[in-house]
Structures are given as C-alpha cells and as structure tokens.
Design a protein around this ligand. Structure first.
Ligand code: AMP
Length: 417
C-alpha cells in the first residue's frame, strides 16, 4: 500500500478528501476549527514536497442542493491563514477542471461543498424508497456517482483520503474516486493513518489486560460494539444510563431511571455471554439518585438495585467508582466510549471523572488509551484531560463502526481490504 511518507508530491497535483465540516455561527464564522487543524499535517506535507493541492470536503446536510448556508467559501480565509497560502476557491466542484489544470506547485484550490451534488452521497433525491421506481433511480444514481467521482479524479495525479469522520460512507469522494487511481497513487492521510492504527491497537495488536468502558444512555445503540468486544476484552465496564436496563433485568428497583424495557432479555444475554467467555463484567453497585432530571436536584447515594420511587440514577456512586478504577488500573489497552452519568450537569460528573482519572493514570504507566464517540471526548475535554490519554478519535460514527468490526469503505478503497 502506498503511504503519504513514501510519496514525493513534487510537481504533482494531489486531490485530498478532508473533513472540513466545521461548526459555524450565525455570521458564518468558525466556532471550532479542530477538524481543519486535524488535516494540516497532510496538506502541509504535499506543499512542502512541492506539490499542488485540490482540497475537497462536505459541509452540513444540503441534501444534493446548492445552499449558501453550507458553502465552503465561508472557510477559505481560515484555511488560507492556517496553511500560510492564499487558497483559491472553485464555486462548482464538478466544473473545476480549468482551475485545477492551472494550479502551480505550492498552490491550493478548495472545491465547493461536494454534497451540493446528490452524486456525492449517491442516493436518489425526490423519490420515496417505497416508490416502485426507486430501484431504477438508485441504479441510475450509482452510475452518475461514478461519473462524478471520475470528474473529481481527473483533476489530480494522486488521491489522499484524510477524512476519517466520513470513512464509514461509500461516497464519491471517500471511496468511489479511489477506483480511478492506481495502487501507487492513492493513500491515507496522516490523520486517517493515526485513526486506523488506533483502532488496530484495540482490535488487533492488543496488549493485555484490555479494559473497555462502554457508557451512554442506551444499550441498544452500543450492542454491536459490546458483542464485538466481548471476544477481545479482559474487563468490560458498563456504565451510564444503559445500566438501569441491566438492574431491572435482574429484578432491581430502578425508580424513574432511564430504561429500555424491550432490552431486558438482551441485558441478561450480555451477562451470560461475559460469563461464558470469561470476561470480567463490571456493573455499578451504587448510584447517585436524583429527584429530578436537573443539575440542582436533591440527591442521595443508593444501591443500584434499589432506587426509590420518584428518584432516578444519574451518576455512578462512590463504591462503583472504586470498582471502575480497579478494572482500569493495570490495564495495558483501554477503550472508553460513553459517559458514566449525565456529565452535562456538573453535579453528575463524578463517575465519568473517576473513569477519566483512572485512564490518565494507566496511560502514564504505559497503557494505550483510545477515547472515542462524541460524549466521552466531550467529557475528557470538560475535565481538561485531553493530554493524559493516548488518542482521541475524531470520528464518531466511523469509529463506532470500526469498533463493531465493520470494514470502513473509505479505508478499504485504499487498503483493499
Ligand atoms: P449516548 O449518546 O448513548 O452515548 O449517550 C450519551 C448520553 O447519555 C449523555 O448525554 C448522558 O447525559 C446520557 N446519560 C448518561 N448516563 C445517564 C443516566 N444515568 N441517565 C440519563 N442519561 C444518561
């Protein structure tokens, strides 16, 4: 497989798929530039070699239509500033051949939002899935998606995918385009390489013991991951709102706590699986119960199996925090996805904080720790602990699908898996 480090971009044009889907405020100003900063090492490598850049991305969900609200023209200035090069802008991503051809080494062209064309996502628009004509429309769209990808590919000598956030989608710019480049001229960007390596560290090159911490509100949205991890982990901590489904399934009283009544069987099944596979399953024994879903609610620490009527568990209790820390300390591989409580309320952050601190300690002692999936990243940032873990993934859905064991089309298109 070609790598960005082995490729000399001198005199070449590279088309790079990045994730510049940054949040903008009412005035169109960027409120968080993490994603732009994430792509800089790759973009700078091409320029430093003496190559020219054609940058492409989506922004928001314009659903195949031109919409000024989602125009990437709004970020040209910020990208220029960060790259130290005046970025040119192509207002129509499918009609940028002349602008691309005119690019000189060291120059940069940013294409307008790819999703202004329905071909990018490859889904037919304006036709219902139930419509008998849908299958034909989908087939036709797949053909025009190929044409669209081919047009994008024609702008450049080589292709780099550095957009991990969309790697789980088979879109024109994330996967289909790779078919128009030979093996030597398509590669993953640095950010993608790091993400793929991080996932390999927890799924393939595992150093033991391996502790996974899965939290969040619902077991139903995490079941694919829990099942895939069950064959790999030594310790599995389940925390957050999903644990009340486990407590109820075992006959516990959970008051008003969040619960999925149709997943009680599933919860018992997970417990069985853990036992059969010799996985140390760690569930909370106590919790911080509140008399209202609010930061200012009255609270009491109660058994996780005996939450009084009218109260709901919103955080892990002190005994549970100790159990969690014990299963994290000494681990050599750690994955954390999903908070242990309603961490958005300052008074219910203790469980998540105990987890973050134990991870920080284990990491300092040599563990590899991967934090991923929106809310646990938000937790780590809220606690100011981002520099105490090994890797924070930039991909929400893409990371979760990778941990479920699914092949990511954006990675497979280049690695050929
Ligand atoms: P998820 O999107 O499934 O990863 O869940 C994240 C959300 O779960 C966060 O917004 C947390 O506030 C919420 N959460 C965690 N613990 C609880 C709980 N005990 N009760 C209600 N919500 C919770």
């Amino acid at each position: 497989m070609q790598t960005i480090d082995n490729y000399n971009f001198a005199g070449k044009k590279a088309i790079v798929r990045v994730d510049f889907n940054v949040p903008l405020n009412e005035e169109g100003k960027i409120t968080d530039d993490t994603r732009i900063r994430g792509a800089l090492p790759t973009l700078k490598k091409v320029l430093a070699d003496g190559g020219a850049l054609i940058i492409m991305s989506h922004m928001g969900k314009p659903k195949g239509k031109v919409n000024a609200k989602f125009s990437l023209s709004q970020i040209v200035e910020a990208v220029s500033e960060k790259l130290g090069v005046t970025v040119q802008f192509a207002p129509d991503c499918a009609k940028a051949a002349d602008a691309a051809a005119a690019l000189q080494p060291g120059e940069v062209l940013l294409l307008e939002n790819l999703r202004f064309y329905p071909e990018e996502e490859g889904k037919p628009v304006g036709i219902d899935k139930e419509d008998p004509a849908y299958a034909d429309a989908k087939k036709a769209m797949k053909e025009s998606q190929k044409e669209f990808a081919k047009t994008l590919a024609s702008y450049a000598d080589c292709y780099i995918n550095d957009a991990f956030g969309t790697a789980h989608r088979r879109h024109a710019s994330t996967a289909v385009i790779a078919d128009y480049f030979n093996e030597d001229s398509k590669m993953l960007g640095y950010l993608m390489e790091k993400e793929v390596q991080a996932v390999d560290n927890i799924l393939k090159d595992i150093k033991r013991p391996f502790t996974a911490i899965m939290g969040g509100s619902k077991v139903s949205t995490k079941i694919g991951i829990i099942e895939n991890l069950m064959d790999k982990v030594d310790n599995l901590i389940l925390c957050g709102g999903m644990t009340y489904t486990f407590a109820k399934a075992q006959g516990g009283q959970i008051g008003n706590s969040i619960v999925e009544d149709d997943k009680l069987e599933l919860a018992l099944n997970i417990m069985e699986q853990a036992k059969a596979k010799g996985v140390n399953l760690v569930l909370g024994v106590d919790c911080v119960a509140a008399d209202d879903f609010s930061n200012d609610a009255n609270t009491q620490v109660v058994s996780a199996m005996a939450i009084p009527e009218g109260w709901e568990g919103l955080d892990a209790g002190p005994e549970t925090q100790k159990l969690f820390a014990a299963a994290i300390e000494g681990a050599k591989t750690i994955l954390w996805n999903g908070p242990a409580g309603v961490f958005e309320f300052d008074n219910f952050t203790a469980g998540s904080r105990a987890i973050a601190e134990a991870i920080g300690k284990a990491t300092a002692e040599g563990a590899f720790s991967l934090i991923g999936g929106g809310d646990s990243v938000a937790c780590i940032n809220k606690f100011g602990m981002a520099d105490q873990v090994s890797y924070i993934s930039t991909g929400g859905g893409a990371l979760l699908e990778a941990i479920e064991g699914k092949v990511l089309p954006g990675v497979a298109a280049i690695k050929g898996e």
